[in-house]
Design a protein around this ligand. Structure first.
Ligand code: ZN
Length: 236
């Protein structure tokens, strides 16, 4: 290693001492090669591996509700778990690099399987304009954009529009959640999506009502097929 490289590494360590980079899931300092999530947290996150399993539980949860070609999520979302912490820090802490990081990470995982074969474009579940303005970004959009770049598939930003700012869905049952989001999404630029296999991306899927509402709008377009990818999903 050259002297100059050594100096850069020493400077890097020195900067880390002054401004420690912290794991976004547990708050412990990251070591040199770690980014966003420390190794201990990474191995602690329960992965679904749904991208390798057809007719997985997430896909089955949409049976009879909307026709979803394939569905996968990176991790299981557990109360108080690391995946929940990451999504929370992204959405409410405004730590946008978490969105880029998770999108890229999951995109790379999907690229190594046949999950993304045949997908023509990626769209994200939108926030209502007022909410996006308040938050400053759409977390699903950040994830989708990074995923699109890892998979080298076009990302159609703003392909879907949310017409109403719905209440937080956390305490609602599936039927209430469905009533809450049914018919609130519209598709813009329908012609661009015609005949395409669309990968619909969200941050977290719990009851799937939001995905169902988006997918049913997309499926009104001629010859559209819809698959789904999320960072986390509840253990259904
Ligand atoms: Zn950690």
């Amino acid at each position: 290693m050259s002297r100059w490289n050594n100096i850069i590494l020493i400077a890097d360590d020195f900067i880390s001492l002054l401004f420690p980079r912290l794991c976004q899931a547990c708050g412990e300092p990251l070591v040199r090669n770690e980014k966003i999530i420390c190794t201990a947290c990474m191995v602690d996150i329960p992965l679904t591996n749904y991208h390798r399993v057809r007719d997985n539980r997430l896909e089955k949860s949409f049976y009879g509700r909307c026709y979803i070609e394939k569905a996968a999520a990176w991790a299981f979302y557990r109360q108080g778990g690391k995946a929940q912490m990451l999504v929370h820090r992204l959405k409410y802490g405004g730590v946008r690099p978490i969105g880029h990081y998770l999108g890229r990470l999951y995109g790379n995982i999907l690229r190594e399987s046949d999950f993304s074969d045949g997908i023509d474009c990626i769209v994200a579940v939108p926030l209502h304009t007022s909410k996006q303005r308040k938050r400053g970004f759409n977390q699903s959009g950040l994830i989708a954009e990074a995923m699109a770049s890892s998979l080298d598939i076009p990302f159609y930003n703003n392909a879907l529009k949310r017409m109403e700012a719905t209440d937080t869905q956390t305490n609602k049952h599936r039927y209430e959640r469905w009533k809450n989001v049914e018919g609130i999404f519209i598709v813009k630029h329908k012609g661009t999506l015609e005949g395409k296999h669309v990968l619909l991306v969200d941050d977290v899927i719990t009851t799937g009502s939001t995905i169902e509402a988006c997918a049913n709008e997309l499926l009104k377009i001629k010859n559209v097929r819809v698959s789904v990818a999320a960072i986390a999903t509840a253990e259904i």
